[in-house]
Ligand binder design. Structure first.
Ligand SMILES: [Zn+2]
Length: 432
């Protein structure tokens, strides 16, 4: 039997009984170093044991004295959490005409295309997704389906959604948001989102970077008082808030408004990072959509001046990420998948590489995609760690991600709720 066949067999067995495997090393999502020669016992739903010592017999099938199999040259790590993705969009195309055509489809098609991607997203090792907003109900539809599987077995990643992002009429975000002007007050707007099924509240506090000028050229959409009002209303409804914010001012309004996470955060300052650390506001830096503008500059028609701006922006973002990490700001990995040139799944693995390139250790990057993310985003189930009581959702690979997270792009097997899903060395971005 090949290793894959063994894993497929054991995954199927895990639906009937506890399965015991030994692995060369375990990255549990939490520890700062891999654990050598670890034993994992799991059933299809939850992990029963994960440590460098033998499991106690009570959790094993009767009379089992040896592991079912040993994977000595493998690393086992938790499935990853993608904290910023737009399920309704297809990220891979960079051609504007193609992207516009895509958006002209009826909303039912967006949902169909989103569902068709889930297998490949799982193949990338992503088990949980925080959708970051759409006005077509795709995220909400997927999230409502995902809720049916909480506590049970699923064949798709868990996903939750804020529904449409909140923005201002005539300002950035009309393609994914619904204006606050449609409601009598910020509280009424938040309540409408919650009644429509929103798991969180997404607000667009700023505009976006003007790549030609290399800065954010518009003032924030939302004053601090408005952000505060939205955050307070969300809190009363038991919902977290996440703020799209680029430009120092937009970031400031988000922090002073008291959101849970700052998304993007280009042009963030050291002072702001200090405040975020002290107020326990997490940062989702999303390098991918800006890095893409450099990688595909020719296709996008950017000249040397624009590429110069983009490189400067990425460099200072890298510096701030290192500082944030050193200062103890909680960093959560998210790619902005669905935005121009950022494919779902693969774009997230690229984002992790960007974080490593910025100077974070592979282990720090992996924590930001697992335990840190899970702790910050408070999902309804225990995920993001390989530890007893957590869902049996993990990756097995011979290409050690603690050496470089680029290894996550390589061949691997994803164990997800009693299924073994093979992922080849190179996945195509088609449909993503
Ligand atoms: Zn986004």
């Amino acid at each position: 039997m090949t290793d894959l066949q063994t894993l497929e067999h054991l995954a199927a067995q895990s639906q009937e009984r506890p399965v015991w495997i030994r692995v060369g090393q375990l990255i549990d999502g939490e520890s700062n170093a891999p654990i050598r020669d670890a034993h994992i016992v799991f059933n299809a739903r939850v992990i029963l044991h994960a440590a460098d010592r033998l499991p106690v017999s009570q959790i094993l099938k009767p009379d089992q004295k040896e592991p079912d199999a040993s994977f000595d040259d493998y690393t086992l790590l938790p499935c990853l959490i993608e904290a910023h993705s737009h399920a309704f969009l297809e990220g891979a195309p960079v051609d504007f005409g193609e992207r516009e055509q895509y958006l002209k489809q009826p909303p039912a098609m967006f949902l169909e295309r989103a569902k068709a991607r889930t297998r490949k997203i799982l193949q990338c090792g992503i088990g949980t997704i925080r959708d970051a907003g759409d006005k077509h109900g795709v995220g909400l539809a997927l999230a409502s389906e995902a809720k049916h599987h909480v506590g049970k077995l699923s064949s798709a990643p868990y996903i939750d959604s804020p529904g449409p992002a909140i923005h201002h009429k005539g300002r950035y975000g009309a393609f994914m948001g619904e204006p606050i002007e449609n409601h009598a007050s910020p509280a009424a707007c938040v309540l409408a989102r919650v009644q429509a099924g929103a798991d969180r509240i997404k607000l667009l506090v700023s505009g976006i970077i003007n790549f030609k000028e290399g800065r954010v050229t518009t003032p924030p959409q939302m004053p601090i008082e408005e952000v505060k009002a939205i955050v307070e209303a969300a809190r009363q409804q038991g919902r977290q808030t996440f703020a799209h914010a680029s430009g120092t001012e937009g970031v400031e309004h988000s922090i002073e408004g008291g959101v849970n996470t700052v998304e993007h955060g280009f042009f963030i300052t050291e002072e702001q990072l200090k405040k975020m650390r002290d107020r326990k506001i997490a940062w989702v830096p999303t390098f991918a959509p800006v890095q893409l503008q450099i990688d595909r500059a020719k296709d996008l028609g950017w000249d040397d001046v624009v590429v110069g701006h983009l490189k400067r922006i990425i460099e200072s973002h890298q510096t701030m990420l290192r500082k944030a990490h050193e200062m103890g700001v909680t960093i959560v990995a998210g790619s902005d998948a669905g935005s121009c040139g950022v494919p779902h799944g693969i774009g997230f693995l690229q984002e992790l590489q960007q974080m490593e390139r910025a100077g974070l250790s592979p282990m720090a990057v992996l924590q930001s995609a697992t335990s840190r993310s899970a702790d910050t985003l408070a999902f309804p189930e225990k995920i993001g760690r390989v530890a007893p009581g957590h869902r049996s959702r993990f990756i097995l690979t011979r290409h050690d991600p603690s050496k470089s997270v680029a290894n996550l792009m390589r061949e691997k097997t994803v164990i997800f709720d009693g299924q073994a899903i093979a992922s080849p060395d190179s996945l195509s971005t088609a449909g993503l």
